[in-house]
Every structure is written in structure tokens, then in C-alpha cells.
Design a protein around this ligand. Structure first.
Ligand code: PGA
Length: 253
């Protein structure tokens, strides 16, 4: 278990300015449990307003994706460098929705993670198996491939990356991995990450769980020794549900 825990709110393509500001205001004045970092991934068009709304309320902000090049003819994209200059501290790369709807593979995800690190951002690298993988008993084989191609080449930099395990069958479905299923995978991931960077402490590889995290299941998931926090989609869009998850991630639950 890493020293600090994290709860990340991936808003995806949701929220408009007023409701976004209201949510950020509530989060920035609430009394966060100690030891939990809260990171928000809003649509970037609201970023500046939200950062000023947050003030010094202890919230971190990040991009939902980045391009690996610094500048260029890439319509609609945003670079890691730009996110960094705008004040972001984190960026999600390899989210399953980017992989599915934008055809991004592991090599691309690796390039994005490298660009993020180069510009001082912490990449949250998402991996996860499909329902088909799981039903065929290929979960670990699939995750191993994603790790080998998208993460292992980072070597010692793996301690500067956060891995998010998000089983595809759990994202937005209301069907969460059981604490035992998630723990089994997180333990496997930690072992593989440590094998790729053996000089680092085995606890120094933060691993988040994502996929239908809700107030009702967060505390049970958090009890698992290899779960360091959550990447939350739907439940991060409302203060009550997101705050309940943040509280469950606190050291005293
Ligand atoms: P969900 O999304 O919490 O709505 O399942 C998680 C994610 O896609 O990061």
C-alpha cells in the first residue's frame, strides 16, 4: 500500500461550466480525509475556471488524454506539454474509451506516458481485460501483454506512473469487480511492475481500481492490500457519491 491514496474523478465528456464549478466549489471546501489526493479530470474547456474556483483547496487537475508530440498538425488533440503549462499535474492515458473509439494501442499509450513524464506530469495508464478475455480465462495473459508493451519499457520510471486497472466489463456497467477479483489482479500487476524495476520498493507502484466504483463498494475494495485508490467515472459527477468514495479511501475509512 503506497503512503498516499488517490481518488481520481474522470468526468469524461460531461458537465457544463456552472455545474462543474459548483462541484469543484463543494469539493474544495469539504474537509478531505488526510492521506488522500483528489484529482479531477474535467473537459479541458473549463479547466482554467475550475482551477480558479478551486483556489488552494488542495485539488489536483489533469487531462483525460494527451498527444505525445509537443506541437503539430493534430486537429483536436492537446499535448502533454500544453497540459503541463496549463497547470495540470496528471494525465490519463490509454483509457479504454480512447483505445476503443480512437484506435489507440499499447505503443501509442507508451509514447503518451513518456511525453507526460518528460513534461513533469504523472500519467495514469489504464489497462484492463474484456469480458471475453475473462470468460476465456485469459485475463492475466491480456494484462501481461498490455504491461509488456505499454509499461515495462519505462523501467525505473514505473514508480512515477500510476497504473489504473479498469476491467472493461465493469466500466459504466454498474458491475464492479469483487474485492477479491480486483486484489488478485492488483497483486499480479504489482509483481510484474516490480520485476520490471527491481531496484524500486515493491510498494512504490501505485495501482488504482476503476470500473463502477460507488459508495456502496468503495470501502470493501479499499480494504484490499494492493488497491491504492480509485479512478471513478459516473460517481464522480455528483458531490455526494464522489465524497462518499473519497471518505472510504481515507485511512480510517
Ligand atoms: P465508471 O467509469 O466509474 O463510470 O465505471 C470509470 C472509468 O471509465 O474511468
Amino acid at each position: 500500500m503506497m503512503a498516499r491514496r488517490m481518488v481520481a474523478g474522470n468526468w469524461k465528456m460531461n458537465m457544463v461550466a456552472d455545474s462543474a464549478k459548483e462541484l469543484v466549489r463543494s469539493l474544495s471546501v469539504a474537509d478531505a480525509p488526510c492521506g488522500v489526493d483528489i484529482v479531477l479530470f474535467p473537459p479541458l474547456i473549463w479547466l482554467r475556471e475550475l482551477m480558479s474556483e478551486a483556489g488552494d483547496g488542495g485539488l489536483y487537475f489533469g487531462g483525460q488524454d494527451c498527444h505525445e508530440a509537443d506541437f503539430g498538425a493534430f486537429t483536436g488533440d492537446i499535448s502533454a506539454r500544453m497540459l503541463s503549462v496549463a497547470g495540470c499535474s496528471h494525465v490519463i492515458v490509454g483509457h479504454s474509451e480512447r483505445r476503443k473509439f480512437h484506435g489507440e494501442g499499447d505503443a501509442r499509450v507508451l509514447a503518451k506516458a513518456r511525453a507526460a513524464l518528460e513534461h513533469g506530469l504523472i500519467p495514469i495508464v489504464c489497462i484492463g481485460e474484456s469480458l471475453e478475455n475473462r470468460e476465456r480465462g485469459e485475463t492475466f495473459e491480456h494484462l501481461g501483454r498490455q504491461l509488456d508493451a505499454g509499461l515495462v519499457p519505462l523501467g525505473d520510471d514505473l514508480t512515477r506512473v500510476i497504473v489504473a486497472y479498469e476491467p472493461l466489463w465493469a466500466i459504466g456497467t454498474g458491475r464492479t469487480a469483487t474485492p477479491e477479483q480486483a486484489q488478485e489482479v492488483h497483486e499480479f500487476l504489482r509483481g510484474r511492475l516490480h520485476a520490471a524495476a527491481p531496484d524500486q520498493d515493491v510498494q512504490d507502484f501505485p495501482i488504482l481500481y476503476g470500473g463502477s466504483v460507488k459508495p456502496a463498494n468503495a470501502a470493501f475494495l479499499m480494504e484490499q492490500p494492493d488497491i491504492d485508490g480509485f479512478l471513478v467515472g459516473g460517481a464522480s459527477l455528483e458531490f455526494e457519491s464522489f465524497w462518499a468514495i473519497i471518505k472510504a479511501a481515507g485511512v480510517d475509512g
